[in-house]
Design a protein around this ligand. Structure first.
Ligand SMILES: [Fe+2]
Length: 272
């Protein structure tokens, strides 16, 4: 039985063969989740890391399997976030005798290539591969276009076998009282994050339409908590956000999870 009372210094198996390899960070209130899908002979890394923490992601991976088993890594985000992480991961996998394909969309890969020095052959482009990837075992991963949520070339990854959706910034939230799995406070935290950080809701709704027909059973966002029940409730909540096209920034705090903890943390850090 998975609970929130977990030792986060080790990888945590959140679905069969899928591990959370991120870390708890109560200082920033901003949790960057990373996930690793361990298949028969391959490993697929989602939200593969950024310049600050790529080594901690790899250290957790080392606890699960040899690094040359990583064959694919999704780097979704701005070049400023990813920094040299993608080049570091490629170098480590190559040095270990493996070969890494960076799963990406051309809208972001040309910038990654330019700033991080990757060759064109390093990329697996989702759009020219039918928005899917079939691993050697026959397991199929599907990619859903989430362009501009939050970056040009963003996409989500859906694992047919477990029904897990790696949703990127969609379904994400900020929180000081972070928990691995969504608790009662997650819904308003998620709504606030989308209101303040993501584009207007017509784009969100259009992107959510891309999930039609998929049996999504778990949602693993890049920030915040994993949604492991009531998926339809969270999806509908995003559809219901009414953000005017010309929305002005709000002045109240968008940071929620356990409101009392959140308030205390913000007070201590002079945010209010
Ligand atoms: Fe993000």
């Amino acid at each position: 039985m998975l609970t929130n009372n977990l030792q986060m210094s080790n990888p945590v198996e959140v679905a069969k063969g899928i591990f959370h390899i991120g870390a708890r960070d109560n200082e920033s209130g901003f949790h960057y989740n990373h996930y690793m899908l361990l298949d028969e002979s391959q490993a697929f890394v989602v939200s593969a890391g950024h310049s600050v923490n790529v080594m901690s992601v790899l250290e957790k991976f080392f606890l699960i399997a040899p690094v040359n088993r990583i064959t694919h890594a999704v780097f979704n985000g701005s070049v400023a976030q990813i920094g040299g992480a993608v080049a570091v991961m490629e170098e480590i996998v190559l040095t270990a005798g493996g070969k890494l394909a960076v799963v990406s969309h051309p809208r972001s890969s040309h910038k990654i290539s330019f700033y991080c020095g990757l060759r064109h052959e390093s990329f697996y482009h989702v759009d020219t591969n039918g928005w899917k990837l079939t691993l050697d075992s026959g397991r199929t991963l599907r990619f859903i276009n989430s362009n501009n949520l939050s970056f040009p070339g963003s996409f989500m990854t859906y694992d047919e076998r477990t029904g897990m959706l790696f949703s990127g910034d969609l379904f994400s939230a900020y929180s000081f009282g972070w928990s691995l799995f969504a608790n009662d406070f997650y819904l308003p935290a998620m709504e606030s994050f989308h209101y303040d950080h993501l584009p207007f809701n017509q784009l969100i709704n259009h992107t959510l339409d891309g999930l039609d027909g998929l049996d999504v059973r778990l949602i693993a966002p890049s920030h915040g908590s994993i949604i492991n029940r009531d998926v339809a409730k969270y999806t509908q909540a995003l559809r219901n956000i009414r953000k005017p096209f010309t929305a002005k920034p709000r002045t109240e705090s968008p940071l929620i999870n356990d409101p009392l903890d959140c308030f205390k943390a913000m007070e201590e850090r002079s945010f209010i």
